[in-house]
Structure formats: C-alpha cells, structure tokens
Design a binder for this molecule. Structure first.
Ligand code: FES
Length: 178
C-alpha cells in the first residue's frame, strides 16, 4: 500500500480520485502520446504516482506497466514518493554554498523537524537540496515551488515558513503554542 502525502492514509482501489482519473483517460484514449497527459492528471489528483496508480493507468490505457514506469522515472517532474504541499529546495551550488546555504538548510531541517529528502508529518512541506538554479547573484537562494527566494539569512527561514503556513491556512507555531 502506498502512503499518501496527507498523513499516512492509503490509496485504495475505491479511492474516488480514480473515478476522476478514469473520466480523464476516457477523453484521451484515441490521442497519441496520451500517457504523459494522463500521468500529469494523476499526479495532480494524487500528489504523486505510487505503484497502484501507475498500474491503474497501464490497465486503463492498455499498455504494459513497464512503459508507464519507464516514463515516470525518466521525467524528473513525476514523483513516485509523496511530496508536501510546498516544495522547498535549498540551492547547494557553489555560490550559494559559500554564502551560507548549509546554514539555511540546517535551519530548515530544525524548523521542520525533518532531514532533506523528506516530507513533514503534516504533509505541508517537502525539503530538498538542489544544484545551481541560475540565480547566483541572489545567493544563497532557496526555491519554493519554483519561485526563487534570494539573499536569505537564517532569520528569514521562520518568517518564510510562517508565510507558507498562513497561505495554506495553517496556524503558525506561535498561535498553536499560545
Ligand atoms: S549556486 Fe545557487 S543559484 Fe547558482
């Protein structure tokens, strides 16, 4: 059983998201190259592409499971593991590293209570490290869902997380602790 990004629930065959996925598959059965579109739709619905979802797609498109797996693992925008609602990537390229990216990463790991490569327990944040994102003049840089936040210092991390929590409608830690 796969674990979803929202706190440990499993994806079962009667998950209503499969109904929506099947409706989408039905619209593009005749189209060449529909696998990529179907995978995008599935990732939009489930947040990631676990084995159960890949198998479902293979059966419904009438193609081998290995074809689906091959495409999923070829493109890095498809995730086979759960991801958080927000993905925070710390650039560890040379310019960012020498300007303190390591300290930002440590601060994020402490604040989120996870190591890079993991998802917070509430499913809100994925924390990753990446190579140069082409914004060296803004080093050290952190990318939040594709948006570069530059020239950060450790003190910027907590406000950044609070901003994202507020965006997601989650109370900040101060409010929870009060
Ligand atoms: S090294 Fe971080 S943006 Fe280039």
């Amino acid at each position: 059983m796969a674990t979803c990004c929202c706190g440990g629930a499993s994806i079962t065959k009667d998950d209503p998201r499969f109904v929506e996925l099947d409706a989408f598959i039905a619209t593009c059965l005749e189209q060449p190259g529909s696998l990529i579109s179907v995978l995008h739709k599935a990732q939009e619905l489930f947040g990631f592409l676990p084995e159960e979802v890949q198998e479902h797609i293979a059966v419904n498109l009438g193609i081998p499971k290995t074809d689906v797996y091959g495409v999923v693992t070829f493109y890095n925008f498809f995730n086979t593991d759960p991801v958080g609602q927000y993905t925070i990537s710390v650039c560890m390229g040379t310019a960012c590293y020498v300007r303190g990216a390591g300290r930002l990463l440590t601060q994020l790991e402490t604040e989120l209570n996870i190591k890079a490569g993991n998802v917070t327990e509430d499913g809100l944040f994925s924390l990753e490290v990446c190579r140069c994102v082409g914004a060296c003049s803004l080093a050290p840089a952190v990318v939040v869902d594709g948006e570069v936040r530059g020239k950060l210092v450790e003190g910027d991390i907590k406000p950044l997380l609070d901003e994202l929590r507020a965006q997601a409608g989650v109370p900040t830690r101060e409010l929870v602790l009060r």
